[in-house]
Design a protein around this ligand. Structure first.
Ligand code: IMP
Ligand code: MG
Length: 195
C-alpha cells in the first residue's frame, strides 16, 4: 500500500489570486475586440479556469476537453487518450487553451493539434504551472502562471489519485517511494517563479 511522505506548501493562495488576476488582465489586453473561445483541459484546470474567466470582462465562450495521461496512482505518464473533445465551432474564432500544468507537453501537443486542425483565427495557450524539465515536445505557452521545479504538486485543481484538488494553495507531494525516478531522494528546496 502506498502512503504519502509529506505535503509541503509551495504557492500560497493569496499569491495565486494575484497572479491569476495578472494573467486575466494580460489575456484581456491581448484580445481587445472580439470574442474568445476558452477551452479548458479537464479536470485539473477547472479551478484555475473558474477564477481566470471571472476576472475577464471580454465576451467569452467556455468549452472543455478531457485528455487522460495519468492513470490512478501512477506518476509515470501512460498512453494519452482523448476522452472528450470540444464541441464549439472554433473555425475563424480566437481560441485560448487553458490547462493546469505543462509537464511532458504530450497533453497540450495533442490538444493543440486537434484544435489547430479546425483552423481557428488564433490559438494561444495558458497554463497555470510550468515544470522546469526537458520536454520531448517543445510547447511554448503564451501565458504561464508560475514556473516550478520538477516535483509532483497538488492543489488548486491538481490531484494525486483524484484527491487534493480542493486545496486553495499549491503543495509539493513528497513521493520518494512512488514510481517517479526523479523523485527518489529529492532533497532540494522547492521554489517557484513567474516568467
Ligand atoms: P503532460 O502531458 O505530461 O504535459 O501532463 C499534463 C497533465 O498531467 C496535466 O494536465 C496534469 O493533469 C498531469 N500532471 C502533470 N504533472 C502533474 C503534477 O505534478 N501534479 C498533478 N498532475 C500532474
Ligand atoms: Mg490535466
Amino acid at each position: 500500500m502506498l502512503s504519502i511522505d509529506s505535503i509541503e506548501p509551495l504557492i500560497p493562495a493569496a499569491r495565486i489570486e494575484e497572479r491569476v488576476a495578472e494573467l486575466a488582465r494580460q489575456i484581456q489586453s491581448d484580445h481587445p475586440g472580439g470574442e474568445l473561445v476558452v477551452i479548458s483541459v479537464l479536470g485539473g484546470s477547472v479551478i484555475f479556469l473558474a477564477d481566470l474567466v471571472r476576472k475577464m470582462k471580454i465576451p467569452i465562450r467556455i468549452d472543455t476537453m478531457s485528455v487522460s495521461s495519468y492513470t490512478g496512482k501512477a506518476v509515470v505518464p501512460r498512453r494519452l487518450r482523448v476522452l472528450k473533445t470540444f464541441s464549439e465551432d472554433v473555425r475563424n474564432k480566437h481560441v485560448l487553451i487553458v490547462d493546469d500544468i505543462l509537464d511532458s507537453g504530450a497533453t497540450l501537443a495533442a490538444v493543440l493539434r486537434d484544435v489547430g486542425a479546425m483552423r481557428p483565427a488564433s490559438l494561444k495557450t495558458c497554463v497555470f504551472l510550468r515544470k522546469k524539465r526537458q520536454r520531448k515536445i517543445e510547447i511554448s505557452p503564451e501565458y504561464v502562471g508560475f514556473d516550478i521545479e520538477d516535483n509532483f504538486v497538488v492543489g488548486y485543481g491538481l490531484d494525486y489519485d483524484g484527491m487534493y484538488r480542493n486545496l486553495p494553495h499549491i503543495a509539493v507531494l513528497k513521493k520518494g517511494h512512488l514510481q517517479s525516478p526523479q523523485a527518489e531522494g529529492t532533497t532540494e528546496r522547492s521554489t517557484f517563479t513567474t516568467p
